[in-house]
Design a protein around this ligand. Structure first.
Ligand SMILES: Cc1cc2nc3c(=O)[nH]c(=O)nc-3n(C[C@H](O)[C@H](O)[C@H](O)COP(=O)(O)OP(=O)(O)OC[C@H]3O[C@@H](n4cnc5c(N)ncnc54)[C@H](O)[C@@H]3O)c2cc1C
Length: 610
């Protein structure tokens, strides 16, 4: 198609320059002074990823130097919130290092608020500290820019390369520049994937003109999952999708409102409703409902039940807190630093939270590994903490050799958030440097044939479009191709209706999941007929491919786990109870890269903290 091919040989390739990727680039330079370190990012790292717009709080900070929290406390917290299911070794490892990452952010110029009385960082809640975070991402990106040999912005990575000498080892990555169209081939000795989570795999509440309005970043396209899956990496907890309780229509965050402003929720009749659902929830999940704090999914569950009982909508009571001018300022600034859209939505709907209690809603499900859920790749833990089933030589290395991950990409590591994802990037990079030194005499082989085959596949949607566009005179419907937006809407509908989205009130069961898998298979086949009008649509096409692949994985996992572990995130109608006897386990999947067949297994949950 007349595009150039640009080759890059490096030691470490970081795919995705978000929080995890920036942490990886920074730390890789520390340990690998002589190494060539490259970042390939599909946007521009200065304003990319989930932190692009800024944040108002760093949600994971121990405060160990002030004796506020210890890593053990954080493991207990994450485990409790995830109904028992986390990789405690990974969680502990992140927690013991996260404070130093936050101290770096401050050193680099991020304004952290201080409590005027104690001089400590201003707490929003037990784990959160408040920041003036509009420029959080550019500040972190600067550290990555100064550390890496080169940052390639605007590169959509479509595939990982395989080492032809070792079938289960990575050899680099390939993708294209979304502006010039050039093919970029990165041969690397180790690859660290930090490509974020997945929005838009389930149909969003906002459709049509509002389609881009999702809680998780609309550009988080599941690459962090699909890239390793396509190479045969094992995944874990992919059924553990997240549903957020947020301000309606703008998805504005509620954390500061609950924690700092001490706002609270009530039903349409001004009644407290959570306690009403105690017995009902206890019958489903047993003593987990008595845990403190109440797990996020169970609070969602009470919300959903109350609305289903006909007493919605649920409101956040802001009218009391907003009478205090300080709290009113915090309430607005909270949005202006990270979700400007919520303030705009309220303005457009004549909602002044000082006088009107705004509506809340539950979002469509997202797939991610760093917030209050822990989907992602199955990775080795650190040598000093991990039981043997969790350890295979290099911290944060997936089950494919030389392939590491950080942030949303990794499974089992809930509640890492921005600071924890950056920390995981650092941990992965340190281990990747060691991996490269240990394997210095055994370089990966990536043949010209492998690159040529992938080149053909990558540009096929554009060729397809160019050939068949001539068969129609107007409109977008063609007998020979479907456009990425068509494929995306079909995917969202399948996931929504069969795998537990908003339309079915998050409910699914075995027959539905099996139907869903059949339909996803057909969608995978139809992807071969996708047409891309230009480079922008080519990017959309590959994002779709990644989303479909991750969706298959989510569906397989949801089918495998025969219980309802997280009511409020999703329900298995055929197994409506939590079942600790059979399912106090982590779920693992592997897709065979040759046959496309999925294999599921259980892995033990080790509680290393009491
Ligand atoms: C609405 C919202 C609010 C949040 N609030 C808070 C908060 O208050 N406090 C807090 O600490 N955390 C918060 N978080 C969580 C935090 O943002 C994430 O935990 C963190 O950004 C995850 O880091 P990551 O590196 O995994 O992904 P990201 O930071 O999202 O980075 C992923 C990167 O990969 C790139 N990429 C994706 N696909 C490809 C591809 N195929 N090729 C190349 N590049 C690719 C993306 O462009 C992006 O730069 C919030 C998240 C969201 C969405």
């Amino acid at each position: 198609m007349g595009f150039k091919t640009v080759y890059e040989d490096c030691d470490i390739l970081v795919v995705g320059g978000g929080m995890g990727g920036c942490g990886a680039a920074f730390e890789a330079r520390h340990w690998g002074r002589d190494m060539r370190i490259i970042v390939a990012e599909k946007a521009n790292i200065d304003r990319s990823g989930a932190v692009a717009q800024g944040l108002y709080a760093i949600n994971c900070y121990m405060g160990m130097r002030w004796g506020e929290n210890q890593p053990e406390d954080h493991v207990r917290y994450a485990r409790n919130d995830l109904m028992g299911m986390v990789r405690e070794d990974l969680a502990y490892d992140m927690a013991r290092h996260v404070d130093s990452a936050v101290h770096k952010f401050e050193e680099w110029g991020l304004p952290l608020m201080r409590n005027p009385e104690t001089g400590r960082y201003q707490r929003e809640g037990k784990w959160q500290i408040m920041i003036h975070g509009e420029s959080y991402k550019p500040i972190v990106a600067e550290a990555a820019r100064k550390s890496a040999d080169k940052i390639y912005n605007r590169i959509m990575v479509t595939h990982l390369l395989k080492d032809e000498n070792h079938p289960n080892r990575v050899g680099g990555a390939i993708g294209f520049n979304v502006r010039t169209g050039d093919l970029h081939v990165f041969k690397a000795k180790a690859v660290i994937v930090g490509a974020g989570g997945a929005s838009h795999i389930f149909k969003p509440r906002s459709v049509g003109e509002g389609m881009g309005r999702t809680w998780y970043a609309p550009w988080s396209s599941a690459s962090a999952y699909a890239l390793p899956i396509m190479l045969g990496a094992k995944m874990t907890q992919m059924e553990n999708r997240i549903v957020l309780c947020r301000f309606k229509d703008g998805y504005g965050p509620v954390g500061a409102y609950f924690l700092h402003l001490k706002a609270y929720t009530q039903n349409a009749y001004g009644e407290e409703y959570e306690s009403k659902w105690y017995d009902h929830t206890k019958a489903m999940v047993g003593e987990y409902i008595d845990h403190h704090p109440t797990p996020t999914c169970l609070r969602n569950h009470a919300f959903l039940q109350e609305v289903a009982a006909g007493r919605g909508p649920i409101h956040m009571v802001t009218t009391e807190a907003f009478q205090d001018p300080h709290k009113e300022t915090v309430g607005w600034e909270n949005f202006l630093g990270m979700t400007v859209g919520q303030a705009v939505v309220w303005a457009s709907q004549d909602i002044d939270p000082k006088y009107i209690n705004p509506e809340l809603t539950t979002s469509e499900p997202y797939v991610m590994g760093s917030h209050a859920t822990c989907s992602g790749a199955w990775a080795s833990g650190p040598e000093d903490l991990s039981p043997s089933e969790y350890y295979w030589g290099y911290n944060r290395m997936m089950t494919v050799e030389g392939l590491f991950g950080a942030g949303d990409a990794l499974g089992g590591t809930a509640h890492a958030f921005s600071s924890g994802s950056f920390t995981e990037g650092r941990l992965a990079a340190k281990a990747a440097v060691k991996y490269i030194r240990d394997h210095a005499k055994d370089p990966a082989k990536v043949s010209d044939q492998q690159i040529e085959d992938l080149r053909k596949a990558i540009y096929k949607p554009m060729e397809h479009y160019q050939i068949y566009r001539n068969e129609i005179v107007a409109g977008t419907v063609s007998p020979h191709y479907l456009l990425p937006i068509h494929g995306l809407q079909r995917l969202e509908k399948i996931m929504d209706e069969y795998v537990g989205g908003i339309t079915v009130n998050y409910m699914t069961n075995e027959p539905l999941l099996k139907f869903g898998l059949d339909k996803l298979k057909i969608l995978q086949e139809d992807f071969e007929s996708i047409g891309a009008e230009d480079l922008h649509q080519l990017q959309r096409a590959w994002e779709l491919k990644h989303r479909i692949t991750a969706s298959e994985c989510v569906t397989q996992h949801t089918l495998f786990r025969k219980e309802t572990r997280w009511p409020g995130y999703y329900y298995r109608g055929d197994y409506l109870k939590l079942d600790d006897e059979n399912w106090h386990v982590l779920t693992l999947s592997r897709r065979d890269p040759e046959s496309g067949e999925w294999k599921m297994e259980k892995a033990p949950v080790y509680h290393i903290v009491d």
